[in-house]
Design a protein around this ligand. Structure first.
Ligand code: B3K
Ligand code: ZN
Length: 852
């Protein structure tokens, strides 16, 4: 398979002004005719007419009305073409029903839908399927199905057909078509300049009752983008469609967003608070793409972070504004560490702007998305809020309608601020997580002189090598720092230290006593901070830091260090931690959501990475046992307070998925989990029986399964929800995630035999096999049974759905941190995958990179 390189970029030979597409829909033989107005690109370096196409049956082709016979290959066609504007016409046949890869035009429960990003349009018709070719699309759909949708505005609707026109030039990856027996939940939005926009969420009959929340989230996003970024919507219609079979979360097609039904459908009975929050964020994310992605798109797929990093950053800002900013930040850092740090410190590490790929779908990663968003956040910190928004205004003004690069993006910041961002650009080019080591020194003032002391922080940065990048250069790292005095008062407000050298010192003068530093406030850079500290100081920051992120971080560090001592030295649970966390839990001045987060513990994955970094070989079962022991010790230590917290945070008002109620529920359910370790699940059973929303029902069920008292409830839950596929996904996952580690593989295997398990639905596949891989103590069973089971199923899925298979291979990405036996077992499975004849390009690339 061919490696595509950023350095090989060449402009397209021909540009497209207009595209007319006609679809005659048929499940197994859909005919697509295209009429495309091409013109030579004055900027092209060579004039060769070449169209991408995959799995298409070409029926006929014409140039300016004359039949032509192009040369066909697996990847597309070439043909002699004029060195002047001309019209290309072609008819192809495709098979939506046979399309199990869920890329291009496919069928899901009798409805037609498309997924074109990144390179799926070439499975629909011959086309220059690259984002720097932007064109105006007109689409005619012929079918007897009641609902026929495409991008833009409706032009005409008649018996058996519909016509759509999208006035905004767009790359083919933003094309979409949906046809089916759908019902809509309507809404309306008036833009700030007075445009009336019709909004719709289209769903299968039966799902109408799950649309109201998504609609409100959409309207809130539209308003927010106007207020915060001055961005208005630009069509008279905005459609969202829920699809059950979908490879990822959602897709920002112009005017016709297509969503995995799990990312849009919500009701209190079937969705948890976390689901609601995620749905709100994804709806916002896809909507925000209308400007950051669609109006301004990417020149090539190496620039993916241009739209994804920025759009993730924007959706995080939105959630922070809608809910609690500190809670959102803490949650984002938890996922960043769990997914991006893991990726950045293993064989799949790659720069935020990769330099090469085999299959671009393999680069929709935590690095491109989440680290990409962190880079925007750092840029904002470095230039300041005011300059950030001026740079964004310039970006929208200068590049509207264009396909851009990271260079274009950085240039608007340079032009607005006069700052040289050459060093900052390394963040886009160099992979790996920087480490910052901290040293401090204190010089008291002259005796008797109050406030003459100087506190100096010395920061050293280094980034370990990553595959293909041995040498790393110092980056510019904004480190937000504040200082706390011995009495708990803040003695130096937050300031941004700009670390640009490998080593640099920063002095704080005029202090009366040696302060305690609060470093990397708000997690101002995606780095690993190493600083020797002791439990007393962590507990002090947990009690006094004015920065909520670092307050949480202090508790997290305390827990992690205590767990390390338990695992490595067989120590008992750390008293400092237990006392400090109890004080936080009791502190009524703190937001319940924050307290619930503070009661969270490092994940098994965090612990494995921390142990590995400290020179130990992590043992997943030992990690699980230490966590389990700490949870039990904590439950005993906090027995009384847990019962009080549980009672005090019961929500009596009608269910709302807002920050306030969900914060109360998360704290009450954290207390329930503690109580479940003491009462054998009695309270959980009561909560289960009384629950009128999924958050309460699921928390109770989880607790019951953990207490080994869940068999009846598991059956009852299935009987109650067997008709609801999204709830049944939860049912599958929770049985695996809460099993005894030694039983997790067996439970997973049993669930793969369940009649409701299917390879055809990515959500279901992830609910089962994804749950196993998200449970390290189960997945890494010393027998290797978890590795073998996953591989068995990846081998079955790959011929049907390469994208989802490839993505799930990352379960193996941490293999080198484990012991020799586990490494041998995993290697054997990686080799088994690689040996599979006909393995997809997607999976082959992933396994090859992981194997190294
Ligand atoms: N842009 C899409 C992701 C497409 C993934 C293609 N394999 C969703 C999003 O980031 O908004
Ligand atoms: Zn996106």
């Amino acid at each position: 398979p061919q490696t595509i390189r950023l350095s090989d970029y060449t402009p397209p030979a021909y540009l497209v002004d207009e595209v007319h597409l006609t679809f005659r829909l048929n499940p197994s033989a859909t005919r697509v005719t295209s009429r495309i107005a091409f013109r030579p690109n004055p900027e092209a370096r060579e004039r060769r007419f070449k169209l991408d196409g995959e799995g298409l049956k070409l029926i006929r082709a014409m140039i300016d009305g004359e039949p032509v016979t192009p040369a066909l290959s697996d990847a597309g066609l070439t043909c002699d073409a004029p060195d002047a504007p001309f019209t290309w016409e072609a008819e192809v046949e495709i098979d939506p029903e046979g399309n199990t890869a869920l890329e291009g035009l496919y069928m899901s429960n009798g409805m037609y839908c498309t997924q074109c990003e990144a390179e799926g349009f070439r499975k629909i018709t011959y086309y220059p399927d690259r984002p720097d070719v932007m064109a105006v699309f007109t689409v005619r759909i012929e079918s007897d199905l009641p609902v026929l949708l495409s991008n833009g505005n409706p032009v005409e609707r008649g018996e058996g057909f519909a016509e759509w026109h999208d006035p905004w030039p767009k790359p083919a990856y933003l094309f979409a078509l949906v046809a089916g027996d759908l019902v809509n939940h309507p809404g309306r939005f008036t833009t700030k300049s007075g445009r009336e926009v019709d909004l719709n969420i289209w769903v299968r009959p039966g799902d109408e009752g799950k649309c109201a929340f998504g609609m409100e989230a959409l309207r809130a996003s539209m308003r927010w983008d106007e207020e915060k970024y001055g961005r208005e919507y630009d069509l008279d219609l905005f459609n969202i469609v829920a699809v059950d079979d979908f490879n990822m979360g959602a897709m920002e097609n112009k005017g016709l967003n297509v969503f995995n039904s799990s990312c849009v459908l919500a009701s209190p009975e079937t969705s948890t608070d976390a689901n609601f929050e995620r749905i709100e964020a994804i709806i916002a994310h896809e909507y925000f793409h209308n400007w950051t992605g669609n109006r301004i798109t990417c020149r090539d797929w190496f620039q993916l972070c241009l739209k994804e990093g920025l759009t993730v950053f924007r959706d995080s800002q939105f959630t922070a504004d809608m809910r609690s900013a500190p809670v959102k930040r803490i949650g984002d850092v938890i996922t960043l560490r769990a997914r991006q740090f893991r990726e950045d410190n293993g064989p799949l590490a790659h720069p935020v702007r990769p330099e090469s790929f085999v299959e671009i779908n393999n680069f929709y990663t935590a690095t491109v998305y989440e680290k990409g968003a962190e880079l925007i956040g750092m840029l904002k910190t470095l230039v300041g809020d005011d300059a950030y928004y001026r740079a964004l205004d310039l970006y929208f003004e200068r590049h509207d309608g264009q396909a851009c690069t990271i260079e274009d993006w950085l240039a608007v910041f340079e032009d607005v601020t006069g700052r040289d961002l050459a060093q900052f650009k390394r963040w886009y080019e160099e992979a790996g997580t920087p480490r910052i080591d901290v040293e401090e020194s204190w010089t008291p003032g002259a005796p008797g002189a109050q406030g003459g002391g100087t506190y100096t922080l010395t920061l050293r940065q280094h980034t370990p090598p990553t595959p293909g990048q041995e040498v790393k250069n110092p980056r510019v790292i904004p480190v937000k720092v504040g200082l706390i005095g011995p009495n708990g008062d803040e003695v130096a407000e937050t300031r941004v230290l700009e670390l640009t050298e490998a080593e640099q010192s920063f002095a704080f003068e005029g202090l009366t006593a040696k302060p305690v530093p609060s470093i990397l406030r708000e997690f101002s850079a995606p780095v690993i901070l190493n600083r020797d500290s002791d439990a007393a100081e962590r507990a002090f920051l947990l009690a006094h830091d004015t920065d909520p992120f670092n307050r949480w971080e202090a508790g997290r560090a305390l827990a992690r260090e205590g767990l390390m001592a338990m695992i490595v030295e067989g120590a008992a649970p750390d008293r400092h931690y237990l006392d400090a966390i109890e004080r936080v839990a009791r502190d009524e001045t703190l937001d319940p959501a924050f307290r619930a987060l503070a009661l969270g513990l490092p994940s098994e994955e965090d612990m494995a990475q921390a142990l590995f970094d400290a020179g130990h070989t992590p043992d997943p079962q030992a990690i699980w046992e230490a966590l389990d022991a700490l949870k039990s010790a904590r439950a005993h230590a906090m027995q009384d307070i847990a019962a009080t917290l549980y009672d005090a945070h019961q929500v009596r008002a009608p269910y709302r998925p807002d920050a306030e109620q969900s914060g109360a529920r998360s704290l009450a359910n954290a207390a329930l989990a503690m109580l479940g370790r003491l009462d054998g699940g009695a309270r959980a059973q009561a909560q289960y029986d009384a629950a009128d929303n999924m958050t309460q029902q699921l928390a109770a069920l989880t607790c019951l399964v953990r207490a080994n008292a869940g068999d009846a409830a598991v059956q009852a839950f299935y009987d109650q929800w067997r008709h609801d596929r999204l709830v049944i996904d939860k049912w599958f996952g929770l049985q695996i995630l809460n099993a005894e580690p030694a039983r997790a593989v067996e439970v997973t295997r049993r669930l793969t035999q369940h009649p409701d398990f299917t390879l055809k639905n990515p959500n279901r596949f992830r609910a089962v096999l994804g749950a196993l891989t998200a449970f390290p103590a189960g997945f890494h069973d010393p027998s290797g049974a978890g590795y073998a089971l996953l591989t068995d199923w990846l081998l079955k899925l790959d011929p049907l759905n390469p994208q989802t298979t490839a993505r799930m291979c990352s379960a193996f990405e941490t293999w080198r941190r484990y012991d020799a036996d586990r490494q041998t077992l995993i290697k054997a499975q990686l080799d088994r995958l690689l040996a599979q004849p006909g393995l997809s390009r997607d999976t082959a690339e992933m396994v090859g990179r992981i194997r190294g």
